[in-house]
Design a protein around this ligand. Structure first.
Ligand SMILES: CC(C)(COP(=O)(O)OP(=O)(O)OC[C@H]1O[C@@H](n2cnc3c(N)ncnc32)[C@H](O)[C@@H]1OP(=O)(O)O)[C@@H](O)C(=O)NCCC(=O)NCCS
Length: 172
């Protein structure tokens, strides 16, 4: 069955949990990543990433009914280097988008990275990614750079990457 947004009613906060993702979550994250991104990162890539002490990874899980099992629906992964950090990837599977889960994940990652000592957080986003840019600007990210034609699309077109930054020091 194809699951569409219309299949689910709005999700109450009590059904959503954010959990730290450790190396054991590599397979789960690779499966989820493949539902959201093309090209996808494989399990080994997640294993390597999650093994690094500089990596912070959160997974969002949703219970679809009161006593149902939590289902992984999104993730946010960042990496810290000295007092700077970057968001490596953030995604929510399509049927669960636009329900506040991306904002919860991004907020959780920001807090984790900020409390680990990072002062500035960077990320890159395709300039036509309306959903992600809306999420990031709502969090206070501002554009600090642009890479022309950075993302190559399967149809042969190229899209600029915007580099966005957020000053974490001024948030505390
Ligand atoms: C970007 C992404 C993570 C957002 O997750 P989400 O759970 O849908 O986001 P939320 O519901 O928390 O919404 C966060 C904000 O973005 C806005 N937004 C989300 N999707 C949007 C869309 N398609 N169009 C316009 N705004 C959108 C929301 O309205 C909200 O803004 P608000 O706080 O002003 O109301 C999700 O769209 C996604 O996984 N996209 C595919 C992967 C991707 O592009 N990742 C980012 C790579 S840089």
């Amino acid at each position: 069955m194809t699951v569409t947004k219309a299949t689910y009613p709005p999700i109450e906060d009590r059904y959503i949990s954010l959990l730290w993702a450790e190396i054991e979550a590599a397979e789960e994250l690779a499966t989820l990543h493949a539902q959201i991104f093309d090209p996808a990162w494989d399990e080994n890539a997640f294993r390597d990433l999650l093994a690094e002490p500089e990596t912070s990874a959160l997974v969002a899980k949703v219970r679809l009914r009161e006593l149902g099992p939590p289902v992984p629906v999104g993730f946010a992964i960042g990496r810290i280097a000295a007092d700077e950090a970057e968001v490596l990837t953030i995604g929510v599977s399509e049927p669960f988008q636009q329900r506040g889960i991306g904002a919860k994940l991004a907020g959780g990652l920001l807090r984790a990275i900020g409390s680990a000592g990072a002062k500035r957080l960077f990320l890159e986003v395709a300039e036509d990614n309306v959903a992600a840019i809306s999420l990031y600007s709502g969090l206070g990210f501002t554009e600090v750079g642009r890479r022309q034609g950075y993302y190559k699309r399967r149809d042969g077109s190229a899209v600029d990457a915007l580099t966005l930054a957020l000053d974490l020091a001024s948030r505390s």
